[in-house]
Design a protein around this ligand. Sequence first.
Ligand code: MLC
Ligand code: AMP
Length: 529
Amino acid sequence: MATSLLETFLTRARQSPERPILDFEQQRFTAGQLAGHVAAFASALQRRGLKPGERVALFLENSPAFVISYLGTQYAGGVVVLVNTQYRQVELGHILSDAGARACVTGAAGAAELAPLKAQLPALEWLVTEESPGGPLSAPVPWPAVDFDALLAEGNPTAALPLPGGEQLAVLGYTSGTTGRSKGAMLLHRNLLANVRAVTEAWRWTEKDRLLLTLPLFHTHGLMVGLHGTLYSGGSVDLRRRFAAPEVLSALQEDSSLTMFFGVPTMYGRLVEEARRTGPSPRPRSLRLLVSGSAPLSPQLFHDVEETFGQRILERYGMTETIMNTTNPYEGERRPGTVGMPYPGQEARVVDVRTRQPLPDGETGEIEVRGPHVFAGYWQRPDATAESFDPEGWFRTGDLGLRDRDGYFHITGRARELIISGGFNVYPREVEEVLATHPGVAEVAVLGLPDSDFGEQVVAVVVPRSPAPEAQALTDFCKDSLASFKKPRRVVFVEALPRNALGKVQKHLLRERLQTQAPPANVQKPTEP
Ligand code: MLC
Ligand code: AMP
């Protein structure tokens, strides 16, 4: 019995080396070729001194290099640190130093973004640079850098290295909390394996399947559902650098080899719009499964997708710390507005947020999960780990919801302050901390308001100092240090923030007032909410 997904992949590749597994732009890889690259990458890392348990950051767009580096780092006994390619100085400096990454695989743009952080990253010793969109390195970087292909050439494609054990750390997935900086969720090889088994079983994923994957590989959805499922089932993946609605729609309509597509609700909203724009077209016949997750899917969008694709979308619920938690049934009724039931071998329940006691069906509380998929804790944060688990091993998800009489879970809100914009998470505190350092800002509160494309949008409510800054200047200021998707889409100036008796900002009052105001023209000049 395999102890890791990596082992399953390597075994399958040995058994059927000619099987096509990965397509990307003009490149096609068989399982045997991919396994050879993975072994070469792993052995080259070891030759360069990577020790088991050491961290390698991937700051890369979707590409075969991502897949090879991901599996190759694990085969070398290393731990992959996932980094969103939109991250800028503040997020990068924190994640790479917290993880103590020894090497980083990145492109030219990523290397340029990292360069000013040299002093902050004493553990980082070298870079592997991949010639992706930014082209080859144009400016010198303050670390020794080896080209990705040159690194592969250094390694041995037939190397048989020791396989990682189930208890070994495989991935650090950074995820933010309500306070402080983001924390690294420690996922063990056995967590990855248990969850991918559960997901592939629940969705009847087999070697006959071919997935169109446009989700970024640096987050759970694209990586631990899309890629892991492909590797485990023995199917294949048509991997794209990014999502573009026209291309995805025509692939889904014309490519009869595709059987599955996974996306966040924003992607489905854009696909439905695109289909309306291009007019009636044949419904894809081979397509057997459309999955949505990472953010709430509205019942309206559920029905629009059904009308457009003739498929009832399957909504599931997951998170970085636990990979996939619940799913609507593959064969039974897929209910709009619900996230279904726990996967086989996993548990979920709803507890009262104060007493932490389980609640009867129909009552709203915090969702907790337990099972072999749940992570081992936060990297070097025993305090945060202890706060997140109860003594019986239930993990507090921070999501509010209920279980209905038929056993379907519904997510109704969040116990923590989190904005989910197009499937990316934004913690208001992080944006507030950056805006508060702007000389024109006296006080600031950041919150999420509904958005027709992204589900939620980031809104900043600012008490300005004199002279008041331009809203655009504040937005640009955020973009300089944080990922662009975190910048406020709307800035509202006020004279004072509403506070309760303890001085805490009453964001619910701001939200109510802003929601009843006229829709924004992107940014607004001073008004009293
Ligand atoms: C991009 N932009 C966003 C954004 N995505 N702004 C707000 N929210 C978003 N989600 C901004 C960029 O910063 C940029 O701004 C501009 O839009 C154009 O960038 P782009 O890259 O061309 O955007 P686009 O291709 O339109 O991206 C939309 C998207 C993308 C939906 C394809 O957001 C996406 O891939 N989302 C998926 C996220 C995901 O995989 N989540 C899974 C997390 S795992 P400017 O001003 O710089 O031009 C998880 C667990 C689970 O949650 O259960 O799955
Ligand atoms: P992340 O920390 O990026 O892994 O984000 C995980 C969060 O995304 C969860 O805690 C939920 O709040 C949210 N999420 C994931 N799937 C769904 C879904 N189907 N419906 C609503 N929220 C979801």
